[in-house]
Design a protein around this ligand. Sequence first.
Ligand code: COA
Length: 284
Amino acid sequence: MTTFPVVPRQGAFRKPLATELQTLSDTTYVRVERDEELAIVVIDRQDKLNALNSDVFSQLGRAFDDLARDADLRGVIITGAGEKSFVAGADIGVLSQMDSLGAVRISREGQQIFLMIERFSVPVMAAIGGFALGGGLELALACHLRIASDNAKLGLPEVGLGIIPGYGGTIRLARVVGLGRAVELTLTGGMIDAEEALGLGLVTAVVSRESLLEQAKKRMRRVTRNGPIAVRMALESVYHALDTSMADALNFESTLFGVLASTEDMKEGMGAFSEKRKPEFQGR
Ligand code: COA
């Protein structure tokens, strides 16, 4: 496995705004590990339970920018460093000093990066080991797949701080767990444990903390063994349907269905079925 840090550089993903009351530091908070066709993006700011500040966002954006150019990539896993936390939210030290304009910019910065993750061309899985609170849960919600360790605690505690979730949480949580449970979780600001999250469909598996990353890779490989163009287009169709009419969504699905019929992968998948062997997809 190769590991390479996401080195902050001048002019990286975006410059922080003056109103964010911080400057880009030289510390590496996001690193990317490669394991064959998978990339593992690790958020590592353990002294603050991996809380998100402008440096983390900038490095996260840069990491996904770089991964977007990697033609061999088939899946991404996002996780937090340390035993205790996935991401414990936005950095409250920064939030406590923002003015109105700064707050809007902070919200948009997070929304933009989470949207980039949601629209990423290969599936992204959140491997939630410990706290996924506020911006941490919003990050997980922007991922396509989510699994959690048995010590995970998830929630949107923002209203207890006198704010609301600002990185898409008020929209995406309801899409995943339904309106009633989303409103309850958002308005109470309460935390739920991994088993409750499983019951809500907020995560699709609960595993031990030690096995979290291996389980995430194993489950991701159930996806990456499939035709890569088909996987990408299936994601596109599902997410496109969230923002459009039924007629348009069905039309889009048919178009993608048609595009796939021209791929070598389709011939390989169906050929392998009739020859009773495993397909070897080339992504063409
Ligand atoms: N922003 C900034 N710092 C944070 C943070 C956040 N969202 N979450 C945790 N930290 C920091 C703590 O301030 C503490 O730093 P310190 O050692 O310099 O004081 C360190 O991380 C460890 O956290 P601590 O609170 O001591 O751990 P705990 O096990 O007692 O509690 C939590 C864990 C997650 C319950 C608690 O840290 C918490 O409630 N965090 C805020 C969660 C939140 O509201 N997130 C949404 C923000 S919009």
